[in-house]
Design a protein around this ligand. Structure first.
Ligand code: SAM
Length: 360
């Protein structure tokens, strides 16, 4: 019989043999991707997301609380953790939190598997608007962050300011993207929500931006998750339209997906320069492959962006739940993950929480 010492140095093929079952919902989808909102404060007031009203209340938990919740998810098999918000770079103690999360990546169990039990290290990513990124990119990299996504809704500064409603931020975001690329957090993904009449004129400029800066540009269809009630199907710029416009700019070549659960359809151009992803939750829902679960900044589990209710994981902890009870609660809630969303169908109800409060 092998001792623990021997099993801790298993060859990768041997580790693969002892991979335990992944965490699955009742439809058999593997739940491997956790998004954690570490604050619901945001320093932008994007027209498609916020109403622009000042003085809203916000909620943040202590870092240790998020860490305990994430640890429970990781021990159940989550492989990717993405920090988001609100704007996560506004969160005090963020760098230390990233360091502690990165330590979970290398926390080996006695049998030689990683903490998530899957034999694969934890992938740690963050989504930001980039306003504060230039000064934080290096510390984030040093503390163990793997990847970064920057939301930038226009290449052109004037359009950018009209959308974010924050003056003089555009050049800061560009500097943040370049710094992240320089410190090894690249290739940076640059997410753009296209809105007809605002930034749909920017599609070709984004293609050039991807080719020039070496970033992956991803266009996202606008979803009904805004604070007010401004969403209209006619304002959504669909995947088909984006593909047509890009093809007219330069012929597109489709790239193979990295994984079945990948939300973006990936393309490059005929000369292989630049990468574009298109995420089409409205015109081409990908719920059948959804691997995601979200944790809001007040510690609630959301099993779908469009869930009508959320589940109080933090409350379970406050009631004195042990680690085993907290994990059992997560398993039970994930069994309730919805089959799909119903955007655009008769009777569709927008969730009471908006994107800035859910965590994108
Ligand atoms: N502040 C960070 C940022 O800007 O990336 C993280 C939070 S933000 C809510 C995350 C992402 O959600 C951003 O890329 C934003 O553009 C996107 N988003 C916000 N509202 C959306 C909506 N209604 N439909 C689609 N994407 C949305």
């Amino acid at each position: 019989m092998r001792s623990h010492r021997e099993t801790a140095v298993l060859e990768p093929e041997e580790q693969a043999l002892q991979v335990p079952e992944r965490l699955r919902d009742k439809f058999g989808r593997a739940i491997t991707d956790l998004r954690v909102s570490v604050t619901d404060r945001c320093n932008y007031k994007c027209v498609y997301c916020r109403t622009g009203n000042e003085g809203a209340q916000y909620t943040e938990l202590a870092s240790e609380d998020y860490l305990r919740m994430v640890r429970a998810f990781v021990s159940l098999g989550v492989e990717k953790v993405r920090l988001t918000g609100g704007e996560p770079l506004l969160r005090s103690g963020l760098i230390e939190m990233v360091r502690e999360l990165a330590e979970m990546r290398t926390a080996f169990l006695p049998d030689g598997t990683f903490a998530n039990g899957n034999g694969r290290p934890l992938d740690l990513a963050l989504t930001t608007n980039g306003h504060l990124l230039e000064g934080l990119a290096q510390p984030l990299k040093d503390s163990g962050l793997n990847r970064i996504t920057v939301s930038m809704d226009a290449v052109d500064a004037e359009t950018f300011t009209a959308i974010t409603r924050v003056p003089r931020s555009h050049e800061r975001v560009l500097a943040g993207i370049r710094k992240a690329q320089a410190v090894g957090l690249g290739p940076v993904k640059v997410n753009c929500v296209l809105l007809r009449g605002f930034n749909d004129g920017q599609i070709e400029q984004f293609a050039e931006f991807s080719r020039r800066e070496g970033v992956i540009v991803r266009f996202i269809e606008w979803m009904p998750l805004e604070e007010g009630r401004s969403w209209k199907r006619e304002s959504v710029v669909s995947m088909d339209e984006i593909v047509e416009r890009l093809n007219a700019y330069r012929p597109l070549v489709e790239l193979a997906p990295h994984a079945a659960s990948e939300t973006a359809k990936r393309f490059t151009f005929s000369d292989g320069l630049g990468e574009i992803g298109i995420i089409a939750p409205v015109s081409r829902p990908f719920c059948g492959h959804c691997s995601r679960v979200r944790l809001t900044s007040d510690g609630k589990i959301r099993t779908c962006l469009f869930s009508q209710s959320d589940h109080d994981l933090y409350g379970e902890m406050l009631r004195g739940g042990t680690d085993e009870e907290v994990s059992a609660y997560i398993r039970m809630i994930l069994m309730r993950k919805e089959a799909r969303h119903h955007i655009g169908e008769p009777g569709f109800e927008k969730p009471s929480r908006s994107m800035v409060h859910i965590g994108g």
